[in-house]
Design a protein around this ligand. Structure first.
Ligand SMILES: Cc1cc2nc3c(=O)[nH]c(=O)nc-3n(C[C@H](O)[C@H](O)[C@H](O)COP(=O)(O)OP(=O)(O)OC[C@H]3O[C@@H](n4cnc5c(N)ncnc54)[C@H](O)[C@@H]3O)c2cc1C
Length: 579
């Protein structure tokens, strides 16, 4: 039985060790009733304010510009105060309510959602998490009203995914720090007054430190507005820091802890990005279903053709599973769980990839219209493409997801191998001296004492079987990869990706089972027939993908693919032609 009081637990990290901490994901988290009322009123206000302005949104996209008057309206609508506590003038939304709000904004205009989202999710999140009372008192009231808009400044020309390699420096000079460097592609860069800046402080305390920098400081400026593929109306610029002097009261958290600060902010921010993805998916479905009903070919609406139904059905399934996953992560944060980094990374990867497929298929259903700027699809596609790149690329996040899981399994392996010698080369010999881990391995192999879902509704038995089987195989999968690749696992990215994908499917499936269980418990099974259909389809997809990934441990084309890639990179081209 899981210890529900353990707020340091991670559902997925436990799962990698063979334990299903179902108390963490059951019952499905709900937004509190009072907060629901506030959200309804807020969304009604959004609707009155934003509905019917598609022509303006299109113009802003073409010009790559968000008008100053509109930015002022955003301030007046309170779009910058969502997560700031009420005592500092904000709305004090829970993580779930915040994520749901970004979802709603994304249904109207992605650049608007991003401007508000980057401010709250990452721009000022460090101040909320790590700020001193004095820092909070000084800045939060202005950040809540939007008098100050916030930006998060980590990326540099030479440092993207490898965030630890930043070159911006902060050097001690008397009682000041002097910051010099250039930050690249900073969302809100042209409109922000409050910057969370990461700089190298090669001190004995550590290499990187986070600082609060404000627009009014001498030496702070931004470059021109970037001409982007999507989210074009949002502000993206460089931020230049030229001998910017700040005192110790501008250090966020402690000197030398900047990398940890950056990662905590990005983890927390992922609930906003997930919410935005759900909103855009719902919007894509609303557009393409209308189009499929209205557009007739071969004498009937295209919605009646199997291949169109197939796309729409999959969009519904992926949207429901994404919504379940994103809501679960927000719920974990609201319940006070501390270690949700793997789950947040999973929700970001899953949400942004489901969104990409959904928008792509919606555009396909719209046919030639989908390609025309007059219709919303091409802009949605351009707008959502960035989600797989920023706030941690999906590749880096997959490595993080899988390597965290394997690190845990590896630690148990290490402990075990020191006490049991070569037990893994001859497991039978080790049976007399079972550690926890070895016991779990036996349970994987024999099914005796294995951890299973007990809280899923009996009507969802088949989906629960897929989850339980997958969970049972996950630990052995990680363990086999570790034995096969040993220390080289860090560089065995083909294998790591497969493990990450199994973890992604299992978490999304667990969240979806939990959600449908809660729905059945509140509405009754008969009223949830569609939700059960969704779960049947989704669990089938997960089962096939999990089997496929686990089946490729030993039999795969990895070496051939690597060889072809090396060859193309060496030639810097595709080698073949037919003439
Ligand atoms: C519109 C926009 C807004 C942004 N907003 C902000 C912001 O507000 N603040 C901020 O600090 N940054 C921001 N960024 C930067 C963004 O976070 C980075 O672009 C992102 O982290 C990736 O870094 P990179 O572009 O340098 O790509 P790179 O790190 O050069 O990666 C290029 C490719 O290589 C892959 N790759 C890299 N390393 C590995 C590896 N070890 N294994 C496997 N694959 C790997 C990546 O996944 C990617 O596919 C923004 C970027 C854009 C485009």
């Amino acid at each position: 039985m899981a210890d529900t009081s353990d707020k340091n637990a991670s559902f997925m990290r436990s799962l990698c060790l063979g334990e299903i901490r179902e108390d963490m994901i059951f019952p499905f988290p709900q937004i509190k009733a009072e907060e629901k009322e506030t959200l309804k009123a807020t969304f009604d206000a959004f609707s009155t304010w934003l509905r019917g302005r598609e022509k303006e949104f299109r113009e802003w996209d073409v010009k790559g510009h968000l008008p100053a008057e509109f930015l002022q309206q955003m301030r007046e609508f309170g779009l910058f105060g969502f997560i700031i506590p009420e005592k500092h003038g904000g709305m004090g939304f829970s993580t779930s309510a915040y994520s749901r709000t970004i979802q709603e904004l994304s249904r109207f205009e992605s650049s608007v959602a991003l401007t508000a989202g980057a401010h709250s999710s990452i721009g000022m999140r460090g101040l909320l998490i790590f700020g001193t009372e004095a820092q909070k008192d000084k800045y939060l009231p202005k950040l809540a009203t939007g008098e100050m808009i916030a930006a998060f400044c980590l990326t540099e020309p030479g440092s993207g995914s490898d965030a630890a390699s930043i070159k911006t420096t902060a050097v001690r000079k008397g009682d000041k720090w002097v910051i010099n460097g250039e930050k690249l592609w900073i969302t809100n860069g042209g409109i922000a007054d409050f910057f969370t800046v990461f700089a190298r402080t090669d001190t004995k305390e550590g290499k990187m430190t986070a600082f609060i920098v404000t627009r009014d400081m001498k030496g702070v400026s931004n470059g021109p507005h970037e001409d982007k593929m999507g989210i074009r109306a949002s502000s993206t610029t460089t931020i230049l820091l030229d001998n910017v002097e700040v005192g110790d009261e501008h250090v966020l958290d402690e000197v030398g802890k900047g990398f940890k600060v950056a990662m905590r902010i990005l983890n927390a921010g992922r609930t906003g990005l997930g919410g935005g993805s759900v909103g855009a998916m719902k919007e894509a479905i609303a557009h393409c279903t209308k189009q499929a009903k209205q557009r007739a070919q071969f004498g009937k609406p295209i919605a009646e053709f199997g291949l169109v139904k197939q796309k729409i059905g999959h969009m519904v399934v992926e949207t429901f599973a994404t919504e379940s996953t994103v809501s679960m992560v927000s719920g974990l944060v609201d319940q006070g769980y501390d270690d949700y980094a793997v789950e947040a990374a999973i929700s970001k990867v899953f949400a942004t990839e489901c969104l990409w497929r959904t928008v792509d298929e919606a555009l396909q259903i719209a046919g030639g219209n989908g390609f025309m700027r007059e219709f919303p699809y091409e802009r949605m596609m351009r707008d959502c493409r960035i989600n797989r790149i920023f706030e941690g690329t999906n590749e880096i996040l997959r490595l993080f997801i899988a390597l965290t899981g394997m690190n845990d399994v590896g630690s148990e392996l290490k402990e075990l191998s020191s006490s049991l010698g070569n037990v893994f080369s001859d497991p039978i010999k080790g049976f007399g001296v079972l550690s926890d881990y070895a016991r779990k391995r036996v349970s994987y192999a024999t099914g005796v004492g294995k951890s299973e879902l007990t809280k899923s509704h009996p009507d969802l038995k088949n989906a629960a079987i897929v989850f339980n089987d997958g969970a049972q195989r996950l630990g052995t999968f990680a363990d086999r990869l570790l034995r096969k690749h040993g220390k080289k696992i860090v560089d065995s990215q083909f294998a790591t990706r497969r493990l990450a994908d199994v973890m992604i499917d299992l978490f999304a499936l667990g969240c979806t089972i939990s959600r449908v269980t809660s729905m059945i418990e509140s509405k009754g099974s008969a009223a949830c027939s569609k939700e059960k259909e969704i779960l049947t389809v989704f669990s089938g997809q997960c089962r096939r993908r999990i089997n496929g990934n686990i089946g490729k441990i030993d039999e795969n084309d990895d070496e051939l693919i690597k060889s072809l890639a090396d060859d193309a990179v060496e030639a810097e081209s595709y080698r073949w032609d037919t003439i």
